[in-house]
Design a protein around this ligand. Structure first.
Ligand code: SAM
Length: 385
C-alpha cells in the first residue's frame, strides 16, 4: 500500500502517551512535535489511528508543504494544487486555519482565502462551485502556517476525535474525553483492578475506563471524513472494523462512578447507556466526603470543581480539597489517587505528598495532575502522616 506522511494532533502533555499508543499500532519511527506526532503510514494505519487512538484529537494527511509571505501567495499556492484529485465539485468543503508567528495572524482569514482558492479552481475548470458546509462537510482542509511555512493537509477525522458520541448530556465543566483517556493511560491502570470516579459529573472518566477495560475502540460509534474521500477503501475499512470488533472483551474491571448531584448522575448513566455500558458501571449518588472504599485496593480519578465560576467561594473550594485529602487518607488506604485541577492553590491543600505532578491543559485552562499513593507504609504517604 502507498505510504504517506501522517500527523496526529493531541492535547498539550499527552504527546508521550500518544506515542505509546502509536507503538501499539506498529509505528516504529515517529517525530514528537508540539501537541502532535508525525510518522509515515498507509491507508490502513490512517484508518486505524482514527478508530483506535484514545488520545488523538485529529488525524491529518499533509498533501503539500510550501513557503508563502502574504495572502496572495497563499491563494496562488493553494490554487496550484490539483483539487480534483481529492474531491468532486458535488462534495461539500470546509477549510480550517491554524496560524502562529508574525506574518499570518488571522486563522479565519487564512481559512477563507484557502476556501476561495479551491472554489475558484473548480469554478474555472467545471463552471460549478463546491458548496461550503462548516458543520458537517465531506472534505475538511487544514491549513497550518508557522511564520512563512505552510502545510496543507486533509483532515481525515472530521469532527474532533474527542467527540466519541456518548456524551449527549453534559454537566458543568466536563473534562475532554481525550484528556480523561490520556490520564487513565498515563496512570498505567491495568483495566482490571477497581476504578473509582467519586465526582463523575457526566461520566467521562468511567466511560473511558470501561472502553479501555473492554478494548473497545473509542471511535466505534462515529464516522470519519476519510469515508468520503475519493480513494476510500471500503473493504479495507470493513476488515479493520471487524478485527477491532472481534478484539472487544467484556469490561474486566469493577468501575464505580458517583456524584453528589442527582442530575449529574442521571446524565452520566444516560451517557453510559448510550454506549451499551449502563450495566458495566456501578452508579451511586453519594457525597465523596462521607464515602468509604468498596474494594481493598483501586485507582481513584477525581476531577473536582476548580472554583472557576463566579458563584464559587474560594474558601469553600479550598475546604473541599482539604476534605478530599482527609477522605482519601482515612477511607481509601491502599488506593492510588489522581486529581486534576487548574486550582493549584487548592490542590496543595489536599495535604498529602504527591508522588508525581504532570502539567496538562483542560480546554483553555492550565491544569496540574497530582498522583497520590495511599499505600500503608509508602514513604510518600507516611511522610505526611
Ligand atoms: C468538574 S465536575 C466533574 C466533571 C466530570 N469529570 C465530567 O467529565 O463531566 C465536578 C463534579 O464534582 C461533583 N461534586 C462536588 N463536590 C462533591 C462531593 N463532595 N461529592 C461528590 N461529588 C461532588 C459535582 O457535582 C460535579 O459533578
Amino acid at each position: 500500500m502507498q505510504k504517506f506522511e501522517i500527523v496526529v494532533k493531541t492535547l498539550f502533555g499527552l504527546e508521550e502517551v500518544l506515542m505509546k499508543e502509536l507503538r501499539g499500532l506498529g509505528v516504529q519511527q515517529m517525530e514528537k512535535l508540539t501537541r502532535a506526532v508525525a510518522f509515515e503510514g498507509d491507508n490502513e494505519l490512517l484508518y486505524r489511528c482514527n478508530l483506535q487512538l484514545r488520545t488523538a484529537m485529529k488525524v491529518l494527511k499533509p498533501i503539500e508543504h510550501f513557503y508563502c509571505r502574504n495572502e496572495k501567495q497563499l491563494y496562488n499556492k493553494i490554487r496550484g494544487i490539483d483539487w480534483s484529485k481529492y474531491m468532486t465539485v458535488g462534495q461539500t468543503l470546509a477549510c480550517e486555519g491554524v496560524t502562529s508567528g508574525n506574518i499570518f495572524r488571522h486563522s479565519k482569514y487564512v481559512a477563507l482565502k484557502s476556501k476561495d482558492a479551491i472554489v475558484d479552481q473548480f469554478r474555472d475548470e467545471t463552471g460549478r462551485r463546491p458548496s461550503v458546509d462548516l458543520e458537517n462537510p465531506d472534505i475538511r482542509v487544514n491549513i497550518h502556517i508557522r511564520d512563512t511555512s505552510c502545510t496543507v493537509s486533509l483532515n481525515s477525522s472530521g469532527e474532533v476525535l474527542s467527540k466519541r458520541g456518548y456524551r449527549k448530556q453534559m454537566t458543568l465543566a466536563p473534562i475532554m474525553e481525550t484528556l480523561a483517556a490520556g490520564i487513565i493511560l498515563m496512570s498505567g491502570w491495568d483495566g482490571e483492578t477497581a476504578f473509582i470516579d467519586p465526582m463523575c459529573g457526566s461520566g467521562t472518566f468511567p466511560i473511558e475506563a470501561a472502553l479501555i477495560s473492554s478494548n473497545t475502540p473509542p471511535g466505534y460509534r462515529r464516522d470519519f471524513c476519510f469515508e468520503r474521500w475519493k480513494d476510500f477503501d471500503a473493504s479495507l475499512w470493513d476488515r479493520i472494523r471487524k478485527n477491532a470488533d472481534a478484539a472487544k472483551t467484556r469490561v474486566k474491571a469493577k468501575i464505580y462512578a458517583s456524584d453528589a448531584n442527582s442530575d449529574a448522575l442521571k446524565a452520566a448513566q444516560n451517557n453510559a447507556r448510550r454506549f451499551g455500558l449502563g450495566s458495566a458501571i456501578d452508579f451511586t449518588q453519594q457525597d465523596f466526603l462521607n464515602s468509604e472504599a468498596r474494594e481493598e485496593t483501586g485507582s481513584i480519578f477525581i476531577n473536582p470543581p476548580y472554583g472557576e465560576r463566579l458563584q464559587d467561594e474560594p474558601e469553600q473550594i479550598i475546604q473541599l480539597y482539604n476534605d478530599i485529602g482527609s477522605t482519601l487518607k482515612h477511607a481509601y488506604e491502599n488506593h492510588d489517587a489522581w486529581i486534576i485541577s487548574s486550582n493549584v492553590a487548592a490542590l496543595k491543600r489536599v495535604g498529602l505528598k504527591p508522588s508525581k505532578k504532570v502539567k496538562l491543559m483542560n480546554g483553555a485552562l492550565d491544569c496540574m495532575l497530582y498522583h497520590f499513593e495511599l499505600y500503608h507504609g509508602s514513604k510518600k504517604f507516611s511522610k505526611q502522616n
